[in-house]
Design a protein around this ligand. Structure first.
Ligand SMILES: [Zn+2]
Ligand SMILES: [Zn+2]
Length: 707
């Protein structure tokens, strides 16, 4: 019936309502109000009308209306059949009201109409989450007592419900019964079971897969996809890959979801061989999602040259990059602080893409992390649309680049414009105060958070405050804030311990450490810091105790890692082009780099030049028990940031700037060396550590020696 015909028929119906007309018109209603008008116009609705109304309740998920229709039907003494009851069950299962559905099942079992196999499959389809565990068991046990023949359709519904409610053991028992005495499992059985098998269920999953041949189950693309996803999610990437290779030989087109899962898995476990092969295969697909995943994988591996190659290829052969492509590349440029690459991506984005708020926000973050705060400001100014993320990115950027006043000004601007400040904004402002050690401003923000912004301080805010006090040497106030914090975490304790180390307060350090160890014995950084507090004061016995505690709780320290990116256009060396356009990463005393011998020679050379000019190594930075001063000095010159600096000096052309990023804070000796080298070698050196930028030029650091 066309909509015009329905309209005419409805008008006609209201002149003389009859059950036949109602049961025809109700299913065609586009909402429950119209259906109810038709329903209420009728004096004596019959079974068909009730069924039609129940269908409407199921379609529009109206459990209350369904209850009403159900009691109406009982009032009219209608003989309710199973078809009607199934519709009623459907309403409650789709509305996640399993308790009512189970109550109805109970009623049906006692007073009829008797449930049929369809009733059970409806009930089972409602068991979709862990909260329905006992419901699934109840439905299944009732099903068994009814003696209804359990065909493959019902069996699959039971298995699906058990898998969905995290009761894989029970699902597998049913599968084994099916293998033994039928009905023979089919591709749906296999797919459902595999979707429930994760890493801890590898053995079960493999057993299910091995039964496929024995049972001569015909697989389709979906089942094959589920097999690959199962292997990938269990970390069996090789097995997943073998299936893919096999399918490619057969000319099957592989599902896009499979590549996404596999590429992400390869990226996580750094399986280069499979990753390269997947890149090769996906290249033939010409699919934007694949390209973005390949780029993401290379970015994760810090192989920015490969990521850029994929990007450049997209620019020539398509598909056109989208906001995800730009965002992941820009985030990688931010990680390694490569302003040059970031600028290149930015330029292409401006030329080829329509503006995206998300990409613009990433651009601000990228420029800030590259230490180019003016560029970040320019992007900010050019944006037509801004959201809270935009403001927060710039506030954090100001903090990182030590533009404390600008960060606080922006906070004022936001308030004047009526932009609602969030917890993140205040975290940015507090972290800016922290970088500049602006105690008064930080206290002002922190103490007015609740009254002025209606924001309850979170852990980050407390941690910032404690760190600010600790770095300013106001250790008592830092300790007070720690006491004030409802749930202090290890970062706050460690911030205070760092302060104790810096200002030689070993008594306080001892007290704080004891508190932390009671709270969180697994926290590695506590032992490290305690060790450092003691080491700095030559309390080696106590320092050794901390080491023992570390091994007792088998805690490992997070290794400091420094990275440097060597661009070919700034390189000048004879070691081969394979070192260019690459990210080189180092840990302390790292000897894995192929050029390590040359790096150490260069560092020795630098050291003797600096020593001749009066440089004295700051051995209080040594966090390791070593036999004498010379050993300590040797160790200092193997810090990861110095190794990165050494590589930069031998690969980068004279006078070109060097940019190093570090995941933790760097020590005062590395700071001093970078400062002196910038002067002696007459080149800019930029180091971004965990919290902010240090830009060295002609022997002066942008931080004003605040670190
Ligand atoms: Zn250092
Ligand atoms: Zn500095």
């Amino acid at each position: 019936m066309s909509s015009g015909q329905i309209e005419t028929a409805t008008k006609l119906y209201f002149t003389a309502p009859d059950a036949m007309g109602a049961s025809t018109l109700i299913p065609k209603c586009i909402n429950t109000i119209e259906a109810q008008k038709i329903y209420h116009a009728l004096k004596k609705p019959n079974n068909f009308v009730f069924c039609a109304m129940m269908g409407i309740c199921a379609k529009f998920k109206q459990p209350e209306l369904a209850q009403m229709i159900y009691s109406d039907a009982k009032k009219h003494n209608i003989m309710l059949d199973t078809k009607f009851m199934n519709l009623l069950l459907k309403v409650f299962t789709t509305c996640n009201k399993m308790d009512i559905a189970l109550h109805l099942l109970d009623e049906m079992m006692q007073h009829g109409p008797k449930p049929d196999s369809y009733s059970f499959s409806i009930l089972l389809s409602g068991c979709t989450e862990d909260a329905h565990r006992s419901a699934t068991e109840t439905v299944y046990s009732v099903l068994v007592t009814t003696g209804i023949p359990q065909n493959i359709f019902i069996k699959n519904s039971v298995i699906k419900a058990f898998v969905a409610t995290s009761q894989l053991d029970k699902a597998i028992v049913i599968f084994d019964e099916m293998v033994r005495s039928g009905p023979t499992p089919d591709k749906y059985t296999i797919s459902t079971l595999l979707s429930g098998c994760t890493e801890s269920r590898l053995v079960d999953g493999e057993r299910i897969i091995s039964s496929i041949n024995k049972l001569q189950i015909k697989l389709d693309d979906v089942t094959i996809r589920d097999m690959i996803i199962f292997y990938a999610s269990c970390g069996k990437l090789k097995a997943a890959m073998d299936i893919i290779e096999d399918q490619i030989c057969k000319g099957t087109v592989i599902d896009a979801k499979v590549f996404t899962i596999l590429l992400n898995a390869c990226a996580d476990v750094r399986n280069f061989k499979l990753g390269y092969r997947l890149h090769e295969i996906t290249d033939t697909y010409h699919n934007l999602i694949h390209k973005n995943n390949v780029i993401k994988m290379y970015c994760k591996w810090e192989m920015l040259d490969r990521a850029i190659n994929v990007f450049n290829d997209m620019l020539i052969h398509g598909p056109e990059p989208d906001k995800y492509t730009y965002s992941s590349l820009l985030a990688s440029c931010a990680d390694i602080a490569s302003e040059a690459l970031g600028t290149y991506i930015h330029r292409v984005y401006l030329q080829r893409s329509k503006s995206s708020l998300e990409v613009d926000n990433t651009l601000i973050d990228m420029y800030a992390k590259c230490g180019e705060i003016e560029q970040a400001e320019q992007v900010f100014a050019s944006m037509n649309e801004k959201d809270i993320v935009t403001y927060n990115a710039l506030i954090f950027g100001y903090g990182m680049n030590r533009c404390v006043e600008k960060a606080l000004d922006l906070l004022d601007i936001m308030q004047n414009k009526g932009i609602i400040v969030d917890a993140q904004t205040l975290a940015g402002a507090l972290s800016a105060c922290n970088h500049g050690i602006k105690v008064d401003q930080a206290v002002h923000i922190f103490r007015n958070m609740k009254s002025r912004y209606n924001i309850t301080p979170n852990k980050y805010h407390y941690a910032c405050m404690i760190d600010t006090y600790a770095r300013a040497g106001i250790l008592e106030k830092a300790e007070n804030i720690l006491e004030e914090c409802p749930h202090p975490d290890s970062t706050m304790f460690t911030a205070l311990l760092s302060g104790c180390r810096k200002f030689n307060d070993s008594e306080r350090a001892k007290r704080i450490s004891q508190k932390l160890i009671t709270n969180d014995p697994m926290e590695a950084s506590t032992y490290m810091l305690m060790k450092n507090v003691y080491a700095k004061q030559n309390m080696w016995k106590e320092s050794r105790e901390s080491t023992k505690m570390m091994s007792k709780y088998s805690v490992n320290r997070i290794p400091g890692k420094s990275s440097i990116y060597i661009r070919s256009c700034e390189a000048d060396h004879d070691y081969g082009s394979e070192y260019n356009d690459k990210v080189h990463s180092f840990v302390v005393e790292d000897d894995s780099h192929p050029l390590v011998k040359k790096i150490l020679e260069e560092l020795d050379r630098q050291r003797s030049i600096l020593e001749r000019q009066g440089y004295i190594a700051d051995t209080t930075c040594v966090m390791k028990e070593l036999k004498d001063d010379e050993a300590k000095k040797e160790h200092l010159w193997r810090h990861s940031e110095k190794l990165a600096l050494g590589l930069g000096l031998i690969l980068g052309a004279a006078g070109t700037p060097l940019t190093i990023t570090k995941n933790l804070r760097f020590c005062s000796d590395c700071h001093e060396v970078a400062r002196l080298v910038s002067k002696y070698e007459n080149r800019a050196i930029k180091i971004r550590d965990a919290s902010s930028w240090h830009k060295f030029k002609h022997g002066v650091c942008s931080c004003g020696e605040n670190y």
